[in-house]
Write a protein of this length. Structure first.
Length: 594
């Protein structure tokens, strides 16, 4: 027996020694990599033209990649922060922008355009090149108009014509499948329920959507006319006759040059200087992100709440693909930032159509308690901060939105689709047993009884009253005014500013300036943005230790690319958006691509 125990101990001791050796070797490797990195600098040339390609659809926050900056999926905020770094880097002389097929939303174009104009004000140039503006919406060209030169390829076409929205209604499909949708909404403008219950726009749905499109169209055309030095009516007339050839576009003054991408590149290099080199924006931004780990200065917590708002706990995607706002995680992040004495203020970026009422309220409560503790809080709204996305913003000291931001949607929708008859059509049978009158309340098999529908309506009234009351308290508005502004109606940022639902119009830097002002930080002092929630899990640890120093890790990014494929992500989003019989502060189907 003793010899057996001795043998076991020798095995255990050998294993422990092996782990110790591996740990020492890992430490040595990490120190060596750090030393090499410090000795070699960031590896960028002395004169730089940044190549920024925005020809793919973008989200406010791109899904994270623990193995480095993902060139294929760059978020709006990534670009805004990267351009800020470029503004202050004397090596960067200009930006060569590729644009034309991204289908950018108007609010996205406003945010990116503001960042490009801020870059140009530092004395640097932006040359935009397009192989054709192929999207009928105005976003891509609106952003390009922020450049000081716009090029188009010969024999290409210009399609921007206006603002439009497409809504898919499911009622006819449900009828064919013998599925029974049941929804209640508060109130008549809460259009999320309409996509399940109607075959066409209701008068209120059509009115609200038309008003949003008119606001986008007027705002975008006014901004383009100002940037290009054109008469607004002449510009609108040109859009009314789209599409147009590249020669017609140049004759009208909407572009400056006709040429291929290499011609625009040669112009950019010539303007930057003979020794200038073209550097991919993603490479530059990643190098700067690595350097920011060592920055000093007053700290501001940056909480990026992008995606559907869900109850917690949730299973996080280890590859960073889950663009969701989990109540527990984000409320705790705000609490952690509140308790950190080094954090001077909190800046929350919201890009969300809403979701769970309880999670939205949980985050709103954390914001309110942060204010009570003396932490200034500012919200910067992205393309959409509606319903639950607006709810969680209520207690901020200031709310900043872009003119085209979709916000408001102060209301609630509650419903489900009963598919018991649908299953029968394909030969399936579902039988349910529940102990308790409402044990099967959220079941998707059988519809609600009249008595249960009465309960749903009662609870919807309760949630709606709570929502409007908190809007009145948070925004310091009379409840009568809130009740008139609410009713589930979506407003643009311009509308919301006029009605007191937001405080100012602008982008991320407008919000950051307001945050610094409230925190007593001088406007010219550079603040360090501390990201919350903190990355978690094994891949976050690997990313922190290795960054992109070990090429072997890049092989794992193939799985990351697969998980970001558009069909996969579309399927995931469709499943997430399906009604499940619970209350929602959600505004699905908003026209985010114009």
């Amino acid at each position: 027996m003793m010899s057996f125990l001795t043998w076991c101990w020798s095995i255990a001791r050998g294993a422990l020694n092996a782990f110790a050796v591996i740990g020492v070797m890992l430490a040595v490797v990490l120190v060596g990599l750090a030393a090499v990195g410090l000795a070699s600098g960031d590896g960028l040339p002395r004169q730089i033209v940044l190549a920024l390609d925005l020809r793919k659809p973008m989200e406010d926050r791109a899904p994270g990649n623990p193995f480095g900056f993902d060139e294929a999926r760059t978020g709006v905020v990534d670009v805004v922060l990267g351009l800020d770094e470029a503004t202050r880097d004397p090596r960067v002389k200009g930006v060569l922008l590729r644009v034309g097929t991204g289908g950018l939303g108007v609010a996205q174009a406003e945010e990116l355009g503001d960042a490009l104009k801020r870059f140009r004000k530092s004395g640097k140039f932006v040359i935009a090149h397009s192989q054709g503006f192929f999207h009928p919406g105005l976003g891509d060209y609106l952003m390009a108009a922020s450049a000081d030169e716009i090029w188009m390829q010969p024999a290409s076409f210009f399609f921007p014509a206006g603002a439009a929205a497409t809504t898919i209604f499911y009622k006819g499909l449900f009828e064919k499948l013998e599925a029974e949708p049941q929804f209640v909404k508060r109130s008549e403008y809460k259009n999320a329920a309409n996509v399940y219950m109607e075959k066409d726009f209701t008068p209120e749905h059509r009115e609200a959507t038309t008003h949003v499109l008119q606001s986008w169209y007027q705002g975008a055309t006014a901004a383009i006319a100002a940037d290009r030095g054109m008469d607004g009516d002449v510009l609108k007339d040109f859009f009314e006759n789209a599409p147009a050839t590249v020669e017609e576009v140049k004759a009208k003054g909407l572009i400056d040059e006709i040429g291929y991408d290499d011609d625009a590149k040669d112009r950019a290099v010539a303007r930057a200087g003979d020794d200038a080199e073209v550097v991919e924006f993603a490479k530059f931004a990643h190098a700067k992100r690595e350097a920011r780990q060592f920055e000093q200065g007053p700290k501001i917590a940056f909480v990026h709440a992008a995606g559907d708002i869900v109850d917690s706990p949730v299973d996080a995607d280890p590859f960073g693909n889950d663009n969701i706002v989990a109540g527990d995680e984000y409320a705790e992040a705000i609490r952690e930032a509140t308790e950190d004495e080094d954090i001077k203020a909190i800046l929350i970026r919201v890009d969300s159509p809403g979701g769970s009422p309880t999670a939205s309220d949980q985050i709103r409560d954390a914001v309110a308690k942060a204010r009570e503790a003396g932490k200034p809080i500012v919200v910067s709204m992205g393309s959409v901060a509606a319903s639950g996305g607006y709810y969680l913003s209520l207690e901020a000291d200031r709310i900043v939105a872009q003119p085209a931001t979709l916000t408001g949607s102060i209301g609630v929708v509650w419903g489900k689709v009963a598919v018991g008859n649908t299953l029968n059509l394909v030969g399936l049978s579902a039988r349910q047993i529940g102990e308790g009158k409402n044990a099967l309340f959220v079941s998707g098999i059988e519809p609600w009884t009249p008595e249960q529908m009465a309960d749903v309506n009662q609870q919807a009234d309760y949630i709606y009253k709570d929502f409007t009351t908190k809007v009145a308290e948070g925004r310091k508005l009379p409840i009568e005014k809130v009740q008139d502004l609410a009713r589930g109606r979506v407003w643009t940022g311009t509308d919301a500013k006029e009605r007191g639902l937001v405080d100012a119009l602008g982008g991320l830097w407008t919000a950051l300036d307001a945050t610094k002002e409230l925190a007593g930080i001088d406007k010219e002092t550079r603040a360090v943005l501390e990201v919350y929630p903190k990355p978690k899990g094994i891949f976050a640890v690997v990313a922190r230790f290795f960054g992109t120093s070990i090429a072997g890790l890049q092989a794992l990014s193939g799985l990351h690319v697969l998980m970001n494929a558009e069909p996969v992500r579309a399927l995931i989003e469709a499943v997430r958006a399906a009604p499940d019989g619970r209350a929602m502060m959600h505004a699905p189907g908003l026209p985010r691509r114009q």
